[in-house]
Design a protein around this ligand. Structure first.
Ligand code: EPZ
Length: 420
C-alpha cells in the first residue's frame, strides 16, 4: 500500500487546474446504460472510482475506453442486469446502475453496498424513488432485485430524515426519463452534480425541468440518443486546493474552476482571513493574515458541503481561537479527528460536532487515511505541519483526487509517494 511523505511548512504558490467532477462523472457514466448508442464524455477525472465504474460497465457488457480525460462509450448490443458484490463493495456509487438498468431492461440486480467509514448510509430513498415509479423491489441474498417492465411517472416526495439525497435524486431521475408520463421529484437534492447529470440527460433528449431546485419535473420520452458531453469541474477538489493554499499562507490561482459551486466555502475562507479573487473560470486564493476561528455546520447544497468538513477542520486547527464544526449529514464523518490530534491539534469530538482550540503549530506524524475527504484533511495538515508527515492507506485519496501529489509539488509542496 502506497504512502505519502510530506515535508511540511512549504508555501503553495502558482497555478493549478481543476479536474472534472468525480461525483457527476460516476452517474453520467452509469446513465449511458439508458439507451443503445455511442457517447463521448469529456473532462472526466482519472481517479480510481471512475475506473471502478468503468469495470462495472464492462461487466455489464458495455464497451468503454478512457483516453486522457475523455471516455468513449458504446452501449449498443446486449447488456447484463447484475452489478456484483465484488465491485459494489469497492465503490458504493456502483448503485447508480440500478435506475438506468431498470429503465432499459425492466430488471436490475445490484449488490447492497454495505457499511461505510463515514456512517451507516442507508439506501431506502433510492428504493422509495424506484418503487414510486412502479418497480417491484426486494432484498435477496444481499442484493437489491428490481423488476418493472413498464415504469410509470409519479409524484415522489423523496426527502429523508437527514435532508435530500443526492444519490436517490439522481437514481430516480435516471429511472424516470423514459417512464410513461410525468414524474415530479419533491425534496430533490440541489447539488451541482444533480444539475450536471440532468444536463447530460437533456443532451441525450430527456425532458427535465427544475434540476437545481427542490422540485424536478421529468416528462418521460420513449427513447434517448447518445451524445457528447463535458463534465463540470470538481467543486470539492477546488475547495480542497483552496484550503491547502490558506493553511500554507500561499498564493495560488485555481484554474478551470466554478466558484459559484463553492460559494459557502469561499465565504468561510474570507471569514477566516483569506483574500479571494474571482474570474470567469478561476479562483485566486491568497493568505497573508493569521487564521481566524469560525463555526461551520454542514448542510445540503447550497449550504456548506459535508465533503469539505474534514479539510476545514485541519485549517481551523491552526486558527487563532476556538471554532466549532458540526456535521449532521454523516454521523461518523470524524475519522480524521484522532489522527489530527496525533499531529498536535486540540480537538474534542462531542457527538455530531468537534470543538477546535487553535494551536500555534502542528507537528508531522505517522497517520492513517480512513476515507477520501479525511485523507485530504490529513494531507492538508501535513502541508502545514513542522517536520515529516507519513500518511498510509492513501488509496482512499486516489479514489477522488487525480495525481494530487504531483499537482501539489508543482505548487511548491514537498510531497512524494512511497510505493510499497
Ligand atoms: C453523495 O453521496 C456523494 N457521493 C458524497 O460524496 C457526499 O458526501 C454526499 O452526496 C452528500 O453531499 C457521490 O456523489 C458518489 P446522500 P450520497 O444520499 O448520494 C441519507 C465523497 O467524498 N440517506 O446525499 O450517498 C444519508 O445517510 C462522497 O466524494 C438516507 O437516509 O449521499 C445522508 O445522511 C462521500 N437514505 C443523507 O441522506 C438514502 O437512501 C445525504 O446522503 C440515501 C441517503
Amino acid at each position: 500500500m502506497d504512502k505519502f511523505i510530506i515535508e511540511g511548512e512549504k508555501r503553495l504558490e502558482g497555478e493549478v487546474e481543476i479536474k472534472g467532477a468525480k461525483n457527476s462523472t460516476l452517474p453520467i457514466l452509469a446513465a449511458t446504460l439508458l439507451t443503445e448508442d455511442e457517447f463521448i464524455i469529456e473532462n472526466i477525472p482519472r481517479v480510481k472510482d471512475i475506473f471502478t465504474m468503468k469495470r462495472v460497465l464492462e461487466t455489464l457488457g458495455v464497451s468503454i475506453s478512457i483516453e486522457d480525460d475523455t471516455a468513449y462509450i458504446d452501449t449498443r448490443g446486449t447488456v447484463g442486469y447484475e452489478a456484483p458484490y465484488e465491485l459494489v463493495k469497492q465503490m458504493r456509487a456502483s448503485y447508480y446502475v440500478l435506475g438506468p438498468l431498470l429503465s432499459r431492461l425492466g430488471r436490475a440486480r445490484v449488490s447492497l453496498p454495505g457499511g461505510c467509514a463515514i456512517g451507516s448510509r442507508p439506501i431506502d430513498l433510492h428504493i422509495k424513488g424506484l418503487k414510486a415509479l412502479g418497480a417491484d423491489i426486494s432484498i435477496v441474498h444481499g442484493y437489491i432485485e428490481a423488476y418493472g417492465k413498464s415504469l410509470d411517472g409519479s409524484n415522489i416526495p423523496l426527502e429523508g430524515q437527514n435532508g435530500p439525497s443526492v444519490g436517490a435524486t439522481i437514481n430516480t431521475m435516471m429511472a424516470s426519463v423514459r417512464a410513461n408520463g410525468v414524474t415530479v421529484i419533491e425534496g430533490a437534492a440541489m447539488e451541482p452534480e444533480v444539475v450536471d447529470v440532468a444536463n447530460f440527460l437533456k443532451e441525450c433528449g430527456a425532458n427535465i425541468q427544475g434540476a437545481g431546485s427542490s422540485k424536478i419535473k421529468i416528462r418521460g420520452i420513449g427513447k434517448l440518443s447518445g451524445c457528447k458531453y463535458r463534465v463540470i469541474p470538481d467543486r470539492i477538489e477546488s475547495g480542497t486546493f483552496a484550503i491547502a493554499v490558506a493553511i500554507t499562507k500561499g498564493d495560488v490561482i485555481i484554474r478551470r474552476a466554478e466558484s459559484g459551486h463553492i460559494k459557502t466555502v469561499l465565504d468561510k475562507l474570507k471569514e477566516i482571513g483569506a483574500d479571494i479573487s474571482l474570474g470567469d473560470d478561476w479562483i485566486g486564493v491568497k493568505m497573508v493574515r493569521d487564521i481566524m476561528p469560525t463555526n461551520i455546520e454542514t448542510a445540503p447544497h447550497p449550504g456548506f458541503p459535508t465533503d469539505m468538513q474534514a479539510q476545514f477542520t485541519s485549517l481551523l486547527s491552526l486558527a487563532n481561537g476556538v471554532s466549532i464544526v458540526k456535521d449532521k449529514i454523516f454521523e461518523e464523518r470524524f475519522m480524521h479527528v484522532p489522527e489530527l490530534v496525533r499531529m498536535g491539534a486540540d480537538l474534542k469530538r462531542e457527538g455530531d460536532y468537534v470543538i477546535i482550540k487553535g494551536v500555534p503549530y502542528l507537528s508531522g506524524a505517522e497517520v492513517m487515511a480512513s476515507d477520501l475527504r479525511a485523507s485530504a484533511a490529513l494531507l492538508i495538515a501535513g502541508l502545514a505541519a513542522e517536520g515529516t508527515t507519513k500518511i498510509s492507506r492513501i488509496y482512499h485519496i486516489d479514489r477522488g483526487y487525480e495525481k494530487i501529489e504531483d499537482r501539489l509539488a508543482v505548487l511548491g509542496a514537498s510531497i512524494w509517494r512511497l510505493k510499497e
